[in-house]
Design a protein around this ligand. Sequence first.
Ligand SMILES: Nc1ncnc2c1ncn2[C@@H]1O[C@H](COP(=O)(O)OP(=O)(O)O)[C@@H](O)[C@H]1O
Ligand SMILES: O=C(O)C1=C[C@@H](OP(=O)(O)O)[C@@H](O)[C@H](O)C1
Ligand SMILES: [Mg+2]
Length: 165
Amino acid sequence: MMNIVLIGMPTAGKSTVGVILAKVKGYDFVDSDLVIQNQENRLLKDIIAQEGIDSFISIENRTNASLFVNHSIIATGGSVIYGDEAMAHLKDIGTVVYLKLSYETIQERLENAKQRGVVLRENQTLLQLYQERCPLYESYADVIIDAENLGIEELIEKILDQLPS
Ligand SMILES: Nc1ncnc2c1ncn2[C@@H]1O[C@H](COP(=O)(O)OP(=O)(O)O)[C@@H](O)[C@H]1O
Ligand SMILES: O=C(O)C1=C[C@@H](OP(=O)(O)O)[C@@H](O)[C@H](O)C1
Ligand SMILES: [Mg+2]
């Protein structure tokens, strides 16, 4: 299966860039977050509030591990990298592209991490979350894109340039 899977911190631009990339390449667009909301018939933030973080991660893992699509740009949620089965499956069905940004940029974009429904544990700071996740994103990535200081269109150009043809 030929897909492009976008991973990275929340607000890295996976959903925004993903849908435009799909138009440019003539692919379909799948946002894993919306698939989860659809299947659960609840908002992500309500799933996290009602079930807790571990349960959300396991729902996210299950949903992404059973995503059978082709010629699609898949925008994952930032916490997808905690799901082993999800990541094995996503790597199997596509090229995994990590949109990498500095902590400072993520912090600026994510003014209120909890309100957006980020999987941040009690007493865990955003910096700790960033440091915990970066090595995971890097280890799963087939392609790493430095997205720092790039507008949406510039980022799309860079992704297209760096994708294997
Ligand atoms: N390259 C960019 N430059 C500036 N702002 C961006 C860029 N990409 C996304 N954003 C903004 O960041 C926010 C989060 O983007 P989103 O696509 O939802 O990220 P993700 O899906 O990775 O969490 C949105 O308000 C979006 O407009
Ligand atoms: O990184 C995270 O902890 C999360 C990111 C969200 O998706 P985006 O990365 O699209 O914001 C969503 O999956 C959920 O609220 C948890
Ligand atoms: Mg998103």
